[in-house]
Design a protein. Structure first.
Length: 135
C-alpha cells in the first residue's frame, strides 16, 4: 500500500510533522518515533476491517474452525494483530538497544537496562491513557 486508508491521518516524523515531545503523541506503544519505516499509521479497527476484506481463504477457514467462527472474526483478527504488534514492539526495542543484548561489559549492560527502563515507562504510560475518552 502506498497510501493511507481513508479516514486515517498520517504524519511524517522525518519531516518534523509531529512534536519531538513524546507526551504530545501517544497512539500505541511505539508512538511516532522518527525511525524511517515507510509505513502509514492506521487505527486497529480500520486495520481489522481491511484485513477481513483481504483475508485469504485458508486463514478464513482457520478462523471458522477456531473460536466462534465468523461471529467474532473481527475480534480474532484484532487479537492476531495485537500479538503481532507485541512482536514488532519487542523487535523495535531489541533492535534499537544501544549495545548488543548479549554484552558482558557492565557499562553497556547498564546502558541497555536504562534504555529498556525508559521503554517500560513509555509502555506503562500509554497502557490506560490511550483507552480513556477525552472530555
Amino acid at each position: 500500500r502506498g497510501m493511507p486508508f481513508l479516514g486515517t491521518v498520517s504524519y511524517n516524523a522525518q519531516a518534523r510533522q509531529i512534536s519531538p515531545d513524546i507526551s504530545d503523541f501517544k497512539y500505541g506503544a511505539l508512538y511516532a518515533d522518527p525511525i524511517p519505516s515507510m509505513g502509514a499509521g492506521i487505527p486497529p479497527s480500520l486495520c481489522m476491517q481491511d484485513m477481513y476484506r483481504h483475508l485469504p481463504e485458508e486463514l478464513s477457514l482457520w478462523y471458522d474452525e477456531n473460536g466462534r467462527g465468523q461471529t467474532d472474526v473481527h475480534v480474532q483478527i484484532c487479537i492476531s494483530f495485537q500479538k503481532s504488534m507485541f512482536c514488532v514492539t519487542n523487535a523495535a526495542i531489541a533492535g534499537t538497544m544501544p549495545h548488543p543484548l548479549d554484552t558482558e561489559d557492565p557499562d553497556q549492560k547498564a546502558a541497555n537496562l536504562a534504555y529498556a527502563e525508559s521503554w517500560s515507562g513509555r509502555l506503562m504510560g500509554c497502557q490506560r491513557g490511550a483507552l480513556l475518552a477525552a472530555d
